[in-house]
Design a protein around this ligand. Sequence first.
Ligand SMILES: [Zn+2]
Length: 75
Amino acid sequence: MRSLFRRARRRSLMPRLLAKRASRRAPSVVGVCGVCGVKFAASRERQADAARVLRVHESICPGGQRSGRVAMPFE
Ligand SMILES: [Zn+2]
């Protein structure tokens, strides 16, 4: 009886948790390094910080080919 109840509760909680995570934590790309092509992404709250990190990275970028990669400094 008890395990049945637990399972039902978990099932009703799951979609809500997943939806919340997707909408709050989905990072969006703030920019691309002009040297190596790596993308920088961050959640909405950290966009400004990520853009700053991207500028710093660009100034010290070791080069190479990293297009297609995504860096998320705050995740
Ligand atoms: Zn770079």
